[in-house]
Design a protein around this ligand. Structure first.
Ligand SMILES: Cc1ncc(COP(=O)(O)O)c(C=O)c1O
Length: 408
């Protein structure tokens, strides 16, 4: 009899030659447990998904209850399904009033696709502006606005009329007066992660984000904020844009939106979203987007987070504590906001060796797609201070043992 691991390698498509291949049997809170009962602390939340913890009991209860009522009924947008209606209503109640119409999708990439299509339909323009090192997903529209050539070049030609800007280039397209003038009356939308995730947690300045907002207003360009990774309390605010005094025209959400179930959304003012309903109608179609069980899970997760608001406030404090505790000469910098953090080492080899050692010691971390010398630290918001201190001890001990080895 082949083992599960052998069958995994035989029959499951792989995306790298070296998958982690942990055999997880169950998960609870911040912990995963493998077949042998070994406990792993999940310091990355399944990549920013499990903000309210794995198998949050309220989410599991909502899934169970909804699955006993109905599963899929009909393609998106035709029937009144209460999990969708309740989640959209609650989401709109915590967003700026103009963001009052929610389109549910299956994934983050689909939310990005929908948002970019909506911007083209609403403005009648085609140009899309995105940023260096941006990650918006892996479908071909999302790849077109990816700010990293290496992962996208094999798929060219992609969408025409997409420009990738580097705000740090010299002379900066956004520097000294000329600035955001690359955004013009031809630009349908600017798409940007409020805080870049896969770039290795990179923040834009408040001034820059505000200048972007202003220029979009001047040119009738829609500003799409991708908060697929940074929303739902992770940065110390429910939505990351709250830190910067700006509001998007379209907001993209996914990952933790579903409380552990696959769910994405793009949210826009109703008068913009209306563009999908006519001339021609059916502007974006999805069979499973907004699946009732996923929406029930998302509703329970959002209710949990809004009730346990202290977890959002504590994310800032916990993040600061991690920054203090991760003190070692091999760490060049720990950057980020709240519990969306990156610890930077000299190079990928050092980072990877430390990550592997941490996993052996029961602490799961990872690197970033476009920043492989940095370690991802983004635990569930439910992590306690004691657990967090333990995790940091394991990381620092791993760094110490590895740097000692390399000195010998
Ligand atoms: C900022 C951001 N946007 C979009 C996506 C794509 O989401 P999905 O993997 O659900 O398609 C991701 C996924 O990592 C992301 O981090």
């Amino acid at each position: 009899m082949p083992t599960q691991r052998e069958l995994f390698y035989q029959h499951l498509a792989q995306t790298t030659p070296f998958p982690l291949a942990l055999e997880i049997e169950r998960a609870e809170g911040i912990y995963l447990y493998d077949k042998t009962g070994k406990q792993y602390m999940d310091l990355i939340s399944g990549i920013a998904v499990s903000n309210v913890g794995h198998c949050n009991p309220e989410v599991v209860k909502a899934i169970r209850e909804q699955s006993e009522k109905y599963l899929h009924l009909m393609v998106y947008g035709e029937y009144v399904q209460s999990p969708q209606v309740e989640l959209a209503t609650l989401l709109c109640s915590v967003l700026p009033p103009k963001l009052n119409s929610v389109y549910f999708t299956n994934s983050g990439a689909e939310a990005i696709e929908g948002a970019m299509k909506l911007a083209k339909r609403h403005t009648g323009r085609t140009e899309i502006i995105a940023f260096k090192d941006a990650y918006h997903g892996s479908t071909q529209g999302a790849l077109s606005v990816m700010g990293n050539e290496k992962l996208k070049q094999a798929y060219r030609p992609l969408l025409p009329d997409c420009k990738i800007l580097d705000i740090n280039s010299h002379p900066s397209p956004f520097g000294e007066g000329q600035g955001v003038r690359l955004i013009t009356e031809k630009t349908a939308c600017v798409i940007i992660e409020t805080i870049q995730g896969e770039a290795g947690v990179r923040e834009f300045s408040k001034e820059f984000l505000q200048s972007l907002r202003k220029r979009c207003d001047e040119t009738g360009t829609l500003l799409i904020l991708d908060e697929i990774q940074c929303a739902f309390g992770r940065t110390g605010k429910l939505f990351a844009f709250e830190h910067y005094g700006i509001e998007p025209d379209i907001l993209c959400l996914a990952k933790s939106l579903g409380g552990g179930m696959p769910l994405g959304a793009f949210v826009a003012p109703q008068e913009i979203m209306q563009s999908f309903t006519h001339n021609p109608m059916l502007g974006h179609i999805t069979t499973f987007g907004g699946h009732p069980v996923c929406c029930a899970a998302g509703l329970a997760a959002l209710k949990f987070l809004l009730r346990e608001k202290h977890l959002i406030e504590a994310a800032t404090e916990k993040g600061e504590l991690i920054k203090q505790l991760l003190s070692h000469p091999a760490i060049k910098e720990v950057r980020g906001k709240g519990l969306l953090l990156a610890a930077e080492f000299n190079d990928f080899e050092t980072n990877k060796t430390i990550i592997d050692r941490c996993i052996q010691q029961g602490v799961i971390t990872d690197w970033f797609l476009f920043c492989d010398n940095s370690m991802r630290i983004a635990p569930p918001l439910t992590i306690t201070i004691t657990e967090l201190m333990k995790a940091c001890d394991v990381i620092v001990a791993a760094i110490a043992s590895i740097t000692k080895q390399s000195q010998n």
